[in-house]
Design a binder for this molecule. Structure first.
Ligand code: NAD
Length: 301
């Protein structure tokens, strides 16, 4: 089987100074991509800034014979996001791949969460992915080619105590992925999301110590490389990935309950048919809003 190469391709990886982003940047560069290594270089809560971590990754890539440039810009501001994509255009003349990976944490139980903690997390994960993708999207449409990988999380897909801000942002990225999957289709722009689990500074205090050796960042990057490759035709999907396992995660709708005959159902009907409403099998996996409403219409006939 042929190797997946990225020669001639230009990738932007946000938050690539540490953890997963660092591993993605190194892996794409090793396979021939020219890489913009973006990182604000702050602490886990997003405070502070330094170009040190991104510069170290660029140094490593160039030492290994690859090409990369540093971007110390903030994904969460329109100017920062534009500057990140402009770094790719200025240094390498194009942008083919965006890996939206930058992230911070401000965990707090919901009752105690401040507006500032909510806004800061939504700004980096969700607004940041929107802004960087928006900056790259016009270039991708013009060249009729693009690959975008968003970083969601099991916390968003399944919920996580103390992470209302983070899980909301991460599920928001699923919506962005699904809609951009549709909007990018005609221009050969494929958009997917990963929901990883790996041992990084973000998770080292949460995961059991025995996870460190198996849940490595390097075990996330092969999926990102495949989703970023031109041979990947899949779009609008979400994949759970960690410790060597990769699985599609899909939003499904149960068969549902429908009142017999005409007329409106009551709240009591809902109560009395709760088991059927909650049933999972046989489920549907609509890939568009149209498919979903079509299935509902069909059930009514
Ligand atoms: P990390 O802290 O090592 O990496 C995040 C990077 O993003 C840091 O280098 C940080 O400096 C950078 N960053 C933060 N704010 C930025 C901004 N405004 N602009 C540019 N860069 C910024 O953590 P990680 O675990 O490698 O996380 C990477 C991504 O994966 C995040 O989006 C995270 O939410 C997601 N994720 C991680 C896990 C996991 O198990 N590690 C699980 C689910 C999702």
């Amino acid at each position: 089987m042929s190797e997946l190469r990225f020669d001639g391709r230009v990738a932007v990886v946000t938050g690539a100074g540490h953890g997963l982003g660092r591993s993605h940047a190194l892996s794409l560069a090793e396979r021939g991509a020219k890489v913009v290594v973006n990182d604000l270089g702050g602490a886990l809560d997003g405070t502070g800034a330094s170009t040190g971590p991104a510069a170290e990754v660029v140094e490593l890539i160039t030492k290994n014979g690859g090409e990369a440039v540093v971007s110390g810009d903030d994904v969460a501001t329109p100017e920062g996001a534009e500057a990140i994509v402009q770094s790719a255009i200025d240094a390498f003349g194009r942008v083919d791949i965006v890996v939206n990976n930058a992230g911070i944490l401000r965990d707090r139980s919901f009752g105690k969460m401040s507006v500032e903690e909510w806004d800061a997390v939504i700004a980096v994960h969700l607004r940041g992915a929107f802004l960087v993708t928006r900056a790259a999207f016009s270039h991708m449409k013009e060249q009729a080619y693009g690959r975008i990988v968003n970083t969601s999380s099991p916390s968003g897909l399944f919920g996580s105590f103390g992470q209302a801000n983070y899980s909301t942002a991460k599920m928001g990225l699923v919506g962005l992925t699904k809609t951009l999957g549709l909007e990018g289709a005609r221009a050969n722009i494929r958009v997917n999301a990963i929901a990883p689990i790996a041992w990084t500074r973000m998770t080292e205090s949460l995961l059991p110590a025995e996870f460190e050796a198996r849940f490595t960042a390097e075990r996330i990057s092969p999926l990102v490389a495949y989703l970023a490759h031109e041979s990947c035709e899949t779009s609008g999907e979400v994949f759970s990935v960690g410790a060597g396992r990769v699985a599609r995660v899909f939003v499904a709708e149960g068969p549902g309950w429908k009142q017999d005959g005409e007329g409106d159902h009551t709240a009591e009907d809902i109560r009395d048919n709760w088991e059927a409403i909650m049933a999972e099998q046989p489920y549907l996996t609509p890939t568009t809003l149209g498919q979903q409403s079509g299935a509902s219409l069909k059930a009514m006939l």
